[in-house]
Design a protein. Structure first.
Length: 252
């Protein structure tokens, strides 16, 4: 019998299900940023489950198609050749707006975040974006971001290929409705309640009237793939994550 799933494994499996969502446009080419081991694990899991998926892992020194770094990634996105990307934020609000700049007087003099870099461009040019942030607290999920570094929706007449598909946190999975610019609660992770999620969320959201489903646990096959072939793929790029989550270290 497999050991119980760890939170990171549950999140990777949840993200993998969103990637494979049959109601969403197909994800043929997915890019993952430099500090995103859980989304990377989800993408590798999709591949190991037998689904065709081209993965561009920006943190990997070899094995991605880019010889000039992220400039080529932006070119692909602008040409419509990238189907799905992952974004997070120091702040995320109920309209799926992201703040990667900071809080307080512009440009974030109270608390500084890493910087928006190309988030606004990718958010608008890639058809699907999965928002991901493990911390789920009123500090992160706010009523309104202090500064919009990447907008969740755009006014009519503004060219935009896509917006957020979902927001995955350490407590739950939200779906995003761009027409209403509003999140709805799709599932709760083990041990979480609707009341607890509402208390930890700074923005309002919709919820099912007859109880919120549980986030499905990873299957035995998914856990075996994550701990074996997926970890094999990730050891060289995310050694600390593999050691902490899978208990494996890269060969010296």
């Amino acid at each position: 019998m497999s050991a119980a799933a760890k939170p990171e494994e549950r999140l990777a499996a949840a993200v993998a299900r969103l990637i494979l969502d049959p109601s969403a446009p197909p994800a043929r080419h997915v890019a993952v940023g430099a500090a995103s081991p859980i989304p990377a694990a989800a993408c590798y899991l999709v591949q190991k489950l037998g689904h065709p998926l081209r993965l561009s892992l920006l943190a990997r020194p070899t094995g991605n198609p880019f010889t000039e770094g992220t400039r080529e990634l932006f070119d692909l996105a602008g040409q419509g050749r990238l189907d799905l990307f992952f974004l997070g934020g120091g702040e995320i609000d109920g309209g799926a707006n992201l703040n990667l700049v900071g809080t307080g007087e512009w440009p974030g003099r109270a608390v500084r975040f890493p910087g928006s870099f190309g988030s606004a461009f990718m958010y608008m040019m890639v058809p699907r974006t999965i928002l991901f942030r493990e911390e789920h607290s009123p500090r992160v999920l706010v009523p309104r971001v202090a500064h919009v570094s990447a907008p969740g929706t755009s006014p009519p007449g503004v060219f935009r290929r896509g917006t957020a598909q979902a927001l995955v946190t350490g407590r739950c999975v939200f779906r995003f409705d761009p027409a209403r610019a509003r999140f709805s609660l799709e599932s709760l992770h083990p041990g979480e309640t609707l009341e607890g999620v509402r208390a930890a969320t700074g923005f309002d959201f919709d919820a099912p009237g007859r109880g919120v489903p549980d986030t499905p646990e990873p299957t035995a096959e998914e856990l075996a793939l994550l701990r074996g072939p997926v970890c094999d793929e990730m050891l060289g790029t995310y050694p600390e994550f593999c050691a902490r989550v899978f208990g494996r270290k890269a060969a010296a």
